[in-house]
Design a protein around this ligand. Structure first.
Ligand SMILES: NC(=O)c1ccc[n+]([C@@H]2O[C@H](COP(=O)([O-])OP(=O)(O)OC[C@H]3O[C@@H](n4cnc5c(N)ncnc54)[C@H](O)[C@@H]3O)[C@@H](O)[C@H]2O)c1
Length: 458
């Protein structure tokens, strides 16, 4: 393959070559599971890991039956080296710059597990470079980034799995959707997603950047700011209060707070239920209330030295035909789905409600789960199953269970909740044109600026 294809212009120039080299020959029976394929062919998949933090390492352990981590990129050298030891016995190539992974012809599959503000750019570049990608949720920080990703995925035809692994929990969320799809709840009227709130903290001091961490590159597309950290002497918080590792999720600069961190999981299930129930239309408005640990001016935090995402919130998202979705911080973590004939509650621990109990007397049809799982093989459970699904879809060049298009549909809702929270007012939404109606300031949050040198080149 011609090297350094990372944008649309180069991709169009070389698309015939890229398509020829990147299409994976279909050597397997389409019903073979990924475990069967690996066993039969002793054929492991070389993978490049971009972002060697908590989730990147956890995911690579979940997929270890099928993949060899041959390259690792992280802007923190210490993390890069320690992942290399634990995942690859020190045999992987390590890089500070993930582009080095995208330039390699021997790597056809990459896993992106960087912080949220660093998802869209490498994902788009990876697709143009002909890689299939498992990218962590939420794929974007803004609605405009979602439009770009959908466009590039359609254009390149690359296989992209989103890290919303709840879709691959066959006894819980997948089964809940099968119950809905089989009409056991009747028409859905109301859903409630309880996702918890963000923590708050006092002002965090700016300290010396730890050796090995390329802070400028960690910030990447975001505005240049000092590195903040206050290690927690009690040891309760492993990372301390910081604007960097793990805690980036409590800063709007790098994340959407709980609204996208957990919203990406539970709102995804609620949206999947709606679609399985025949709802074709998107949301029309969002309103509610929220509390933040800092003051905001026109949607921008005034204090810049402490966590700023919403600590508590309750939003009502309205859909056509009087259907509504509540997204709130308080309550039992999970998703409540209420229909005309009954209601169910589903979480990472339980699936409950009268329509579920009724399955003992009146079970779902044999193929009910398979049908909601797009007819794809179902093996293992949760994280491993989600990886099995991705790797199977990479082999077979099929759309995985967590595709970018359904992800963007529901992530739009999470992002709208975030914009509403930041501005402290309700919003009306034109779903077809993906525009907020009659609110220029709110519309200015549909996209974000990129720091010079970190733009997305199309
Ligand atoms: N699916 C899930 O249930 C789940 C759970 C936890 C986290 N996540 C997602 O996984 C992602 C990572 O979260 P985490 O908790 O592992 O964060 P983390 O801070 O522990 O790890 C992120 C890593 O990415 C590295 N990084 C930053 N910029 C980079 C760049 N340009 N190139 C290469 N590496 C870079 C950081 O140095 C860090 O080591 C987030 O998007 C998060 O939402 C998903």
């Amino acid at each position: 393959m011609q090297k350094h294809v990372k944008n649309r212009r180069d991709f169009l120039k070389t698309s015939t070559a890229v398509a020829a080299v990147c299409s994976v020959p279909c050597l397997y029976r389409s019903t073979d599971s990924i475990s069967a394929i690996t066993r039969e062919k002793n054929d492991r998949i070389p993978i490049g890991l971009i972002g060697a933090g908590g989730m990147g390492n956890g995911n690579m352990r979940a997929a270890k039956a099928w993949v060899d981590v041959v390259a690792i990129a992280d802007v923190d050298q210490t993390r890069c080296n320690s992942s290399n030891q634990s995942l690859s016995n020190g045999k992987a190539d390590t890089y500070a710059d993930y582009q080095k992974i995208l330039d390699r012809d021997d790597i056809k599959v990459v896993h992106i597990a960087t912080p949220d503000h660093w998802h869209t750019k490498p994902l788009i570049e990876a697709m143009y470079a002909g890689k299939d990608v498992y990218c962590e949720k939420p794929l974007t920080l803004t609605i405009a980034e979602g439009q770009l990703i959908r466009q590039v995925q359609k254009e390149t035809g690359r296989i992209v799995q989103v890290g919303t692994q709840q879709r691959s929990t066959f006894n819980l969320f997948t089964k809940a959707i099968a119950v809905v799809a089989d009409g056991r709840l009747g028409k859905i009227k109301r859903m409630e997603c309880c996702i918890g709130g963000a923590p708050k903290c006092d002002a965090i001091p700016s300290i010396e950047i730890p050796s090995g961490l390329d802070w400028d590159r960690w910030l990447g597309p975001a505005t240049k700011v000092p590195y903040l950290n206050r290690p927690d002497a009690s040891g309760k918080n492993r990372w301390g209060n910081t604007n960097c590792h793990h805690e980036f999720r409590w800063w709007y600069e790098y994340s959407g707070g709980k609204l996208t961190d957990w919203g990406a999981h539970h709102v995804d299930i609620a949206n999947w239920a709606l679609k399985s129930n025949g709802q074709t239309k998107g949301p029309i408005s969002i309103s509610g209330k929220s509390e933040h640990p800092v003051k905001f001016k026109n949607g921008i935090p005034v204090e810049r030295d402490r966590y700023n995402t919403a600590t508590s919130f309750e939003f009502t998202v309205k859909y056509p035909d009087n259907v509504e979705m509540i997204i709130k911080s308080e309550g039992r973590n999970g998703v409540l789905i209420e229909g005309e004939k009954g209601r169910i509650f589903v979480s990472r621990r339980t699936l409950d409600g009268a329509p579920v109990k009724a399955l003992k007397q009146n079970p779902l049809p044999e193929d009910a789960l398979q049908n909601v799982y797009k007819g794809l093989p179902m093996e293992q459970n949760e994280r491993r199953a989600h990886w099995a699904n991705f790797l199977y879809c990479h082999r077979e060049q099929k759309e995985p269970i967590s595709d970018v298009h359904s992800h963007m549909q529901m992530l739009n809702v999470c992002h709208l909740a975030g914009i509403s929270a930041r501005l402290g007012r309700g919003l009306k939404w034109d779903d077809e044109n993906e525009q907020i109606i009659g609110d220029d300031i709110a519309n200015s949050f549909l996209a974000r600026p990129y720091r010079k040198g970190f733009e997305i080149n199309m």
